[in-house]
Design a protein around this ligand. Structure first.
Ligand code: ADE
Length: 227
């Protein structure tokens, strides 16, 4: 999968992409992330990328020309399955969206700043708008990092069996069951006997029950019950 990301602060994305599973996905050649600095398409000698909003009001808006020029250039060599704008008024990201998006080959992410991007880019280029939650970040970069991480780990071959994404919270609309590791007893706090029993089918049943109970208590909305 190739993910291209347009940003005015591409440095913000370096660290999240350079570690752990994201690094492994890229080293294995399963994921390519290209960071594109929008300033390279900025106007004039100051490489301007934002301007005051028409109609007045506080806050700058990311201009249509640099974004359009940047996207046009990228589209000369890549056909994108989706052009995604990260924005608090987009559709809230969930595991189902991640699963579907992970099946694509080429994604373009646009990170907004200030008051957001000129609406004409949303009308004429953007095919999908995603929010990572009901709160406002100072820019779309951290949201893009969240999206890339959640997609990268779903690509076949990125995770090994032990960390398989199939057992994640939300994968069956259920939260994950509790987990324990050594020691079996710490300060008198014991690991449930069943997990030490070696009885794999019983352990599986216990995990399913725990996942269901945890979901019922914490996120009944996932089961279609009331919030
Ligand atoms: N940009 C600013 N806030 C955001 C959010 N909550 N989700 C996605 N992009 C954003």
């Amino acid at each position: 999968m190739q993910i291209d990301i347009i940003s005015v602060l591409p440095e913000l994305l370096h660290s999240p992409l350079e570690h752990s599973i994201m690094k492994r996905a890229q080293t294995k050649g399963l994921l390519t992330v290209n960071l594109i600095d929008l300033r390279e398409y900025g106007l004039g000698k100051h490489r301007q990328v934002d301007d005051y909003q028409f109609g007045g009001g506080a806050g700058m808006v990311m201009m249509v020309e640099p974004l359009a020029a940047c996207i046009d250039r990228l589209q000369e060599s890549t056909t994108y399955d989706e052009i995604i704008y990260l924005t608090p008024d987009g559709k809230t990201l969930n595991q189902g969206i991640c699963n579907r998006l992970s099946l694509n080959n080429n994604l373009l992410l646009i990170c907004g700043h200030y008051k957001g991007i000129d609406e004409r880019i949303r009308e004429h280029y953007v095919t999908m708008e995603i929010s990572i939650g009901d709160y406002v970040l100072s820019g779309g970069e951290l949201a893009a990092a969240v999206l890339v991480d959640s997609l990268g780990r779903l690509l076949p071959g990125v995770l090994n069996d032990e960390t398989s994404a199939l057992f994640d919270s939300f994968q069956d609309d259920l939260l994950a069951p509790p987990v324990y590791t050594r020691p079996a007893e710490f300060r008198g706090w014991k690991v449930p006997d069943i997990l030490l029993s070696g009885n794999t089918p019983k352990i599986e049943d216990w995990r399913n029950d725990q996942a269901m109970e945890r979901t019922r208590q914490r996120r009944p909305d996932l089961l279609g019950d009331e919030d």
